[in-house]
Design a protein around this ligand. Structure first.
Ligand code: SAH
Ligand code: SF4
Length: 357
């Protein structure tokens, strides 16, 4: 099946070149962008500012929408998981998470957890997406449409996005960077750079590239270990990304961008939740301005994962608190996270296309 030519794969610069190749003025590309991202048209015919001949050329050349909603599940805590179908039948997931103001109960911000790949090649032992293996990279259009489709379906505006759905965003670097470029274009009025968080296992070369890119965003580093030995057990790719090299790339990122870093850390009982781990974690945290989110391990037994995955058990809640306090005692900044959406398997690392009941 031929890959559709989605218009939302194109940054403004690239579209300007294409439209000039069609024989039209450069500013026509901005009119197309307004139609797509401000007016949210579904058909090029509706961009009335364009000459009819150009509208026809666009209709013949591009497709606008790249996703189809195949399932929606709502959680008791207000989060909603969308299962989207891509043109080639692959499926991806996106999770809507509202945050309520404690005083008046109004929604104060809306975070969307988006996918950058179908499946994931990194295959972390604790992650449901990893059990799917790598299927393919998403195009920029497919990433952007996750936001536009949810906004349309719920009639809301997304205020924050996190690349914490399926896939390793830094292994789909070009498409992810182009996505950020389109999303943060001021006239599109979609998102500000500071409202975007990219979560990664830490592809060091790409962290450095991102530091020098036009739009560096907040980094969340999935650390989950304080020794190379344990990290390699749970993140096979960590064999090629030793902690020293990872820390060096994070220091580089901070030096170039001055954006504080967030670390993510899942305590696994008796593996990475000891006093020594707390001490080492605090030491890591102090290398650049940062904070660690301690995340409870979400059950992935529904995937039928085997091998080392079966040995991993969540540290009990009271022990997680104790661990967090120790890290704080040794000088690290700590947030202990509750989980969103566990009743619908929409929490982090549970995105593996479970259809549920
Ligand atoms: N590939 C990127 C982003 C997607 S995973 C990354 O790994 O950072 C998003 C977050 O969910 C990561 O921090 C990941 O470590 C975490 N995660 C994966 N499986 C999990 C699980 N079973 N329980 C809790 N968090 C999990
Ligand atoms: Fe991929 Fe991130 Fe899951 Fe690891 S935790 S398998 S990198 S999605």
């Amino acid at each position: 099946m031929d890959k559709p030519n989605y218009i939302k794969n194109y940054t403004l610069d690239k579209l300007e070149i294409l439209i000039q190749d069609f024989g039209f003025e450069k500013y026509r590309a901005s009119q197309v962008f307004s139609g797509l991202y401000v007016d949210r048209i579904d058909n090029f015919k509706d961009i009335k500012t364009l000459p009819p001949k150009l509208r026809e050329l666009l209709i013949d050349t591009f497709r606008i929408n790249s996703l189809e909603i195949s399932k929606i599940r709502k959680s008791e805590d207000g989060s909603i998981k969308y299962l989207f179908k891509l043109f080639d039948g692959k499926q991806i997931e996106t999770v809507y998470m509202p945050w309520y103001d404690e005083t008046d109960g109004e929604i104060e911000r809306v975070t969307l957890c988006i996918s950058s790949m179908a499946g994931c090649p990194v295959e972390c032992a604790f992650c449901a997406t990893g059990t799917l293996g790598f299927q393919r990279n998403l195009t920029s259009g497919e990433i952007i449409d996750q936001i536009l489709f949810v906004e349309k379906d719920l009639g809301i505006k997304v205020t924050n996005i996190v690349f914490m759905g399926m896939g390793e965003p830094l292994l789909n670097y070009n498409n992810v960077v182009n996505t950020i470029d389109i999303l943060t274009l001021p006239k599109n009025n979609l998102l500000r750079r500071k409202k975007i968080t990219l979560s990664t296992v830490g592809i060091t070369a790409k962290i450095k590239h991102l530091a020098l890119s036009k739009n560096p965003v907040k980094l969340a580093i999935s650390l989950h270990a304080t020794t190379n030995g344990f990290r390699e057990k749970i993140i096979p790719m960590a064999k090629g990304i030793q902690l020293n090299a990872l820390m060096e790339s994070i220091e580089y990122y901070y030096r170039k961008t001055r954006i504080p870093v967030t670390y993510e850390y899942i305590p696994f009982e008796n593996y990475n939740d000891t006093e020594e781990d707390a001490k080492r974690l605090a030491k890591i945290l102090k290398r650049v301005p940062s904070r660690v989110n301690i995340i409870p391990f979400n059950d992935i037994s529904f995937t039928g994962a085997v091998g080392f995955s079966n040995k991993l058990k969540p540290t009990p809640k009271d022990k997680i608190l104790e661990f967090g306090l120790k890290v704080r005692h040794y000088g690290g900044a700590v947030t202990i996270r509750d989980t969103f959406g566990t009743d619908i398997e929409a929490a982090c690392g549970q995105l593996a296309l479970s259809e549920g009941a």
